[in-house]
Ligand binder design. Structure first.
Ligand SMILES: C[S@@+](CC[C@H](N)C(=O)[O-])C[C@H]1O[C@@H](n2cnc3c(N)ncnc32)[C@H](O)[C@@H]1O
Length: 307
């Protein structure tokens, strides 16, 4: 469909859905904004770089409606799949939603590709104004990645962060590759890495769950991740870190490994305690060829990835 045959008018904005409870972080990153509806923010112009965002609404259009039927017809004329993010006139929005084709994806079985059908996002800001973005950054409703969980093998739910990262990247360790898992205890990430067929060196001051220690292609080193010299292990394909530490300390560790050239790919969690350390987050984001993002399963955390 050409732009002029689409219903409504371009707003010239971009929409950003912050992770729940992380609106302040997003607002700090975005600077000036147009409107804030709960944790949905609209800002002028094309997408701005932001890590604290769960879904980006590209080129949202403002569609005036007189009736529920108007809203339904407008959305259906653009595409099939829509996710409502309700911010106002909830009852009216729900009545429109009920007349749209249902979108009920099954929990994703890891590893599998995310849904490929375009999924738009929309909201009603008042009874007669519908804002809709046919294209969004996430193929999941509001960026919420729901997995079919494994409640038996992994020792905790931290493994979901790594599933989330590998799903977003579309790449994961290949059989035979070597992964270094820093801050590995009790072993959720090590379990994910091992399941890919990779070899794992797990490092933590605390012991692993015995079922993880017993995995055949896993070596456990009970020591500090910060004391481990890159020369003390063979070059690694993946350096993963979920160590609890200040982001600035993690940055020093990452720089050391980058300079050594002995780690090819990185997936590292930045964990914030109290105030969010935006300055260090920006330093991570500025590392060439890398990206900094908030995964759905991150808490007061960001994930830094370099492939
Ligand atoms: C959130 S937990 C990691 C969970 C793990 N990724 C999993 O999936 O089971 C953080 C870990 O960092 C470890 N840690 C803290 N300081 C460390 C250090 N200096 N060296 C290694 N591990 C450290 C803690 O012992 C803890 O096990």
């Amino acid at each position: 469909m050409t732009d002029s045959s689409l219903p409504g008018v371009p707003t010239g904005w971009t929409g950003y859905l912050a992770p729940e409870d992380r609106l302040d972080e997003l607002l700090t990153e975005l600077g000036e904004t147009i409107a804030i509806h709960g944790h949905l923010v609209f800002a002028e112009g094309p997408p701005r770089p932001a890590a604290w965002v769960q879904n980006v609404w590209y080129e949202p259009r403002r569609i005036p409606i007189q009736s529920i039927g108007d809203g339904v017809r407008a959305l259906k004329s653009i595409q099939r799949n829509w996710a409502l993010f309700p911010v106002a006139v909830h009852g009216r929005a729900k009545l429109i939603e009920e007349q749209l084709p249902p979108v009920k994806p099954k929990p994703l079985a890891f590893p599998s590709a995310p849904p490929s059908a375009p999924l738009g996002s929309w909201t009603l800001t008042d009874a007669n104004t519908l804002i809709a973005a046919a294209r969004c950054s996430s193929p999941f409703r509001h960026g919420e990645v729901v997995f079919a969980e494994n409640r038996e093998a992994p020792p905790n739910r931290a493994y979901l962060k790594l599933w989330d990262a590998f799903t977003a990247l579309g790449v994961r360790p290949a059989p035979g590759e070597l992964c270094l898992d820093l801050g590995a205890s009790p072993g959720g990430w090590s379990w994910v890495l091992h399941e890919t067929g990779a070899r794992v060196i797990a490092v933590d001051k605390a012991p692993l769950d015995p079922r993880i220690t017993a995995l055949p292609r896993l070596e456990f080193r009970q020591e500090s991740a910060f004391g481990l010299s890159p020369d003390a292990v063979e070059p690694v394909d993946w350096l993963c870190s979920d160590v609890v530490c200040y982001p600035a300390r993690l940055l020093t560790l990452v720089r050391r490994w980058l300079e050594s050239g002995r780690a090819r790919r990185f997936v590292c969690t930045l964990k914030f305690q109290g105030e969010t350390d935006h300055a260090t987050a920006r330093e991570f984001a500025a590392i060439p060829g890398s990206r900094l993002m908030h995964l759905f399963h991150n808490k007061h955390e960001l994930t830094w990835i370099k492939l």
